[in-house]
Design a protein around this ligand. Structure first.
Ligand code: DOR
Length: 433
């Protein structure tokens, strides 16, 4: 069996941090200790100055297949994921057709089989994501689908959401809401605030997110069924989740790297690369979502990697679709945005073991992601150099699209190596196949 030694790093997992080498044999870790001798014939990967952690898990990736292959494919998206340190991604169902049917889910899972990261699939809550009739959630759950969402839009009809929660409770799956009240958000292209007034662009108010979140929290209180909240972006949302958790409601929440770093002031450039849903908010909101993550009110960082090809993304701001790339830059962006307020264990928990649990990909759920770095554990690992500086070159990204908001920016922290089931799929920041 192929052996591989990761030498000289600091191992970080839920149990804490320690200096240790990691020996991998086949698909598993077999030893974690200081000063391991490389066995004859073993490959050695240098991890000097690096953190060695369980691979990252993205709860929110738009892989665009089927139907959006000009923007991304399962293959290109998973290559971007591996370069970003991800061991697994959850593919969002707002494809064409939507993943609202077992045959589409099976196709995406099949495409993921040879990819550089594990592909899990989120199913649509309603048929065609139209918010009217429930998808065959039981049949999708039987294929292993654990998360359901109409992401791209929220489920507008409260009675449909109530019914979905009741089914989800029976099936033991989790609903993930894109909180956006369509009537309040209608016509808005950016956050409603001082910048939208100054720029003359119609805004969507924070209330569009918070009103649906508050409604859903009431439905969770009624049904006692777990729910996950996607890409929360406002101070009011953080307060609502804080209170819900204090009350004991079974809820989890994520924030994106871009909502941790960027504000609506970026829109002053009128560059549609900064158009995203939910929109970039004000500085007080950015501070609040950072605080929510540090406090543990927000459980996970998820990318909302949303590739769009230049022919649509480079239209005038009001006509361009919302969305930005995220997979290849996420860990560095979050690392920089939190600049020391969250230690390595806290940050990697938000990127690895906590999202693994929400997605049901952790060892306790029968999965192979987010577990400890320990003998017998799966060798799905990331080696991250927190001191490496690099400049983001949109043309050099491996996604099929180019819509990164960080083009030309210098980031600190870079994924050096990624192991998928023991295979070094990324070495020295280069994909190996
Ligand atoms: O900005 C976004 N883009 N937000 C979403 O919710 C959907 C996504 C997309 O699919 O492009």
């Amino acid at each position: 069996m192929a052996e591989l030694l990761i030498r000289g790093g600091t191992v970080v997992d839920e149990g804490g941090e320690r200096r240790a080498d990691v020996l991998v044999s086949g698909r598993d870790v077999v030893a974690v200790a200081e000063g391991i001798e490389a066995p004859a014939g073993a490959r050695v990967l240098d991890a000097g100055g690096c953190l060695v952690a369980p691979g990252l898990v993205d709860l929110h990736t738009h892989l665009r297949q089927p139907g959006g292959e000009v923007a991304e494919t399962v293959e290109s998206g998973c290559r971007a994921a591996a370069l970003g340190g991800y061991g697994a991604v959850v593919a969002m169902p707002n494809t064409e057709p939507a993943i609202d049917d077992p045959s589409v889910a099976r196709d995406v899972l099949e495409l993921g089989r040879g990819a550089l990261a594990q592909v899990a699939v989120a199913g649509a809550i309603t048929i065609g994501r139209r918010g009217e009739r429930l998808s065959p959630m039981g049949e999708l759950a039987a294929l292993g689908v654990r998360l359901f969402t109409d992401d791209g839009s929220g489920v507008q009809d409260a009675s449909v959401m109530r019914q979905a929660l009741e089914y989800a409770g029976d099936l033991g799956v989790v609903l993930a809401e894109h909180c956006e009240d369509a009537s309040l958000a209608a016509g808005g292209h950016m956050h409603e605030g001082a910048w939208s007034s100054r720029l003359g662009l119609p805004g969507q108010p924070a209330l569009a997110e918070e009103a649906m979140l508050a409604r859903d929290l009431s439905l969770v209180r009624l049904t006692r069924t777990p729910m996950h909240f996607l890409h929360l972006s406002t101070a009011g949302s953080v307060d609502l989740v804080r209170r819900a958790k204090a009350e004991g409601l079974p809820v989890t929440a994520e924030v994106t790297p871009h909502h941790l770093l960027l504000t609506d002031a970026e829109v002053a450039s009128y560059d549609p690369v900064f158009k995203v849903n939910p929109p970039l908010r004000g500085q007080a909101d950015v501070e609040a979502v950072r605080g929510g993550l540090v406090e543990g009110v927000i459980d996970a960082v998820a990318t909302d990697h949303a590739p769009h090809p230049p022919e649509t993304k480079e239209r005038p701001f009001e006509e361009a679709p919302p969305g930005m790339l995220g997979l290849e830059t996420a860990l560095a962006v979050a690392f920089g945005a939190l600049s020391g307020r969250l230690g390595a264990v806290g940050l990697l928990g938000a990127f690895s073991w906590r999202p693994a649990r929400i997605a049901g990909l952790d060892p306790a759920s029968g999965g192979r992601q987010g577990g400890p770095v320990a003998p017998g554990a799966p060798a799905n690992l990331v080696v991250f150099d927190p001191a490496a500086e690099w400049e983001v070159d949109p043309a050099a990204l491996s996604s099929r699209s180019r819509n990164t908001p960080y083009g030309g920016r210098r980031l600190r922290g870079r994924v050096r190596h990624t192991l998928r089931e023991g295979e070094p799929v990324v070495v020295d920041a280069r994909a190996q196949r």
